[in-house]
Design a protein. Structure first.
Length: 567
């Protein structure tokens, strides 16, 4: 048996020191230079044979295999940025802030009107369309100006305007100029008046004074109720004038005062104005006379051609943007009130059967002074009374009121029903907050009424109170519109709506307890003053009623003064 051969390795000798000889080139790792290598630890948590994702987490608790320097991380791909690689930015560069918002308002306004301006310049529209386009341009321009126009500051607020300021308010003049010799007594603010309550159930609906109903009225034409915007009729223009006799010039009230029938005297329109005072916006005034325990509510005479503010048919009084009094045209506040007055007079006459037999009251002839023509009155008067209890001073309060009846109608059972007839007038359906009656009245009559309740809340409340005071069975309200928005003399009747006065008061949220409470509080305030002449005026700006003491000669004409001197 042969023994294995023993071969000795070559040993390098280094006689000058320890370790391999420097001159001899010997690298023991040369044979392992090109072999792949990765670290390995038996304690590592290896969950897969190979990891092609190689996602490293910053925190160790989030890593899948503990140490980031594990065997799988040796072959992770690391992208080195190429210095020659560049990104091309194809987006539009933004302008500086100063250039970006330089002409913002002008550009916005031009965008709104660019299409219509192009159509107008090209001449592709008719004359009517051009006028409507020009009107829309002016409307948008005014809206643009109200928002600041082209003079806005950095904080998006118009220049020269403080925070919370609403800008220039429309100027409303008082109904009468306060004179230096008038003595101011007290102010009645609306929040205080709105808290006044008096149970109207105790006062009832009033009772007629026997033997004191005068005049005759025509019967209502029921074919008017079938009118719609599709089969509307033209509103005829009748002659005549509007006449309203003041309280002190009423000979019947003078006679009832002498008979001690009551101690508070007024007309229905004056009481309705006072009872709905908290809804009013425009200025109005009432003259009050006190002699002992007798109080007479009256209105001023010798006013201008527009009539007394108490009798005016205001238009859009409670609208957020009511018509202005200043200016020239048919859409100013005074012109619209005059138009509404004539519309109501003509509508009242047209819806009645004037050629048929009329309904006559106890006294067919109306007793009136020689200064008035009795033939001009196309209505009847009923004098009614209410017991308002006693005042704080213990004075009995018996109210006597002259009410107005506009027409009569025959009920389903053949009974005669008395009517109060009024009319709304549409002057421009394009105004903000309005509905086009020709489009909405037939299908959305409730929406049309709700719009009028918002825009003419005070006027509608006065009509309702007049009907309740008169004790009429129905309140007829017509819808009259202009034939053309630019023509204030030609109108057409689009429809009529019928209401029960008490039900209408509930629908428009008219608190009758508050209405009677306001009246009673004013009466008690007057009774606490000495005898004399007083004035109650609605402030044109603030929601306040101002109470003044007047000289005896206030609002008296020169003829009255000369007659008193002769006496």
């Amino acid at each position: 048996m042969s023994l294995p051969k023993l071969e000795l390795l070559n040993i390098s000798e280094n006689l000058e020191g320890w370790g391999p000889n420097i001159e001899q080139k010997h690298d023991p790792m040369e044979q392992f230079r090109d072999l792949p290598f990765q670290s390995f630890n038996r304690c590592e948590r290896i969950g897969r044979i190979s990891d092609w994702i190689g996602v490293e987490k910053f925190f160790q608790r989030n890593r899948a295999y503990g140490n980031k320097d594990n065997s799988a991380s040796q072959f992770d791909y690391i992208h080195d940025a190429d210095e020659n690689f560049q990104l091309v930015d194809s987006s539009k560069p933004q302008k500086p802030i100063q250039q970006r918002y330089r002409n913002r308002n002008t550009i916005q306004f031009k965008k709104i009107m660019s299409k219509d301006i192009d159509d107008k310049q090209n001449g592709q529209s008719s004359g009517k369309h051009k006028r409507s386009v020009a009107k829309e341009h002016m409307k948008q321009f005014k809206i643009w100006q109200k928002r600041g126009g082209n003079v806005r500051t950095n904080n998006a607020r118009p220049q020269n305007r403080k925070f919370g300021e609403r800008g220039i308010q429309k100027v409303r003049q008082p109904s009468v100029q306060v004179q230096p010799d008038w003595q101011h007594i007290v102010d009645l603010d609306f929040p205080t008046l709105q808290r006044k309550k008096a149970p109207h159930q105790l006062y009832g609906l009033g009772e007629d004074i026997k033997g004191h109903s005068y005049g005759a009225v025509h019967y209502y034409d029921k074919s008017i109720d079938r009118l719609t915007p599709k089969n509307s009729i033209e509103l005829k223009r009748f002659g005549g004038a509007f006449i309203s006799v003041p309280t002190l010039h009423d000979c019947v009230i003078e006679r009832l005062n002498a008979e001690k029938c009551g101690n508070i005297f007024a007309t229905d329109i004056i009481l309705a104005t006072l009872m709905s005072a908290t809804r009013s916006v425009y200025s109005w005034d009432i003259i009050i006379h006190k002699v002992g325990n007798v109080v007479v509510f009256d209105k001023r005479e010798n006013v201008d051609s527009l009539g007394n503010p108490v009798d005016q048919y205001t238009v859009n009084e409670t609208h957020p943007d009511p018509p202005a009094f200043e200016g020239i045209g048919e859409n100013t506040a005074n012109e619209l009130a005059t138009e509404a007055l004539h519309v109501n007079l003509n509508f009242r006459r047209q819806v009645l059967k004037r050629n048929a037999e009329s309904y006559k009251f106890e006294n067919e002839n109306i007793p009136i002074d020689d200064d008035y023509d009795a033939s001009l009155f196309e209505c009847a008067f009923k004098y009614r009374k209410w017991n308002l209890g006693t005042s704080k001073q213990g004075v009995p309060l018996n109210l006597v009121c002259r009410t107005e009846i506009n027409g009569a109608s025959t009920g389903n059972s053949g009974e005669t029903q008395l009517l109060t007839i009024k009319a709304f007038n549409e002057w421009d359906s394009t105004v903000r907050g309005h509905l086009d009656w020709r489009k909405s009245l037939e299908t959305q009559r409730g929406s049309v009424l709700a719009t009028e309740m918002r825009n003419n809340s005070c006027k509608l409340a006065k009509w309702t109170l007049q009907a309740i005071l008169a004790g009429t069975d129905n309140l007829k309200i017509g819808y009259v519109s202009r034939a053309s928005p630019k023509n204030s003399t030609s109108h057409c009747i689009l429809g009529v709506q019928n209401f029960r006065p008490v039900e209408l008061a509930q629908n428009i949220s008219l608190d009758l307890d508050n209405c009677w409470g306001v009246l009673k509080s004013v009466v008690e305030m007057v009774l606490s003053q000495p005898d004399g002449k007083y004035l109650l005026m609605k402030d044109p700006i603030s929601p306040v009623l101002k109470f003044y003491s007047l000289p005896k000669t206030a609002f008296e004409s020169s003829e009255d003064e000369s007659s008193e001197e002769e006496d």
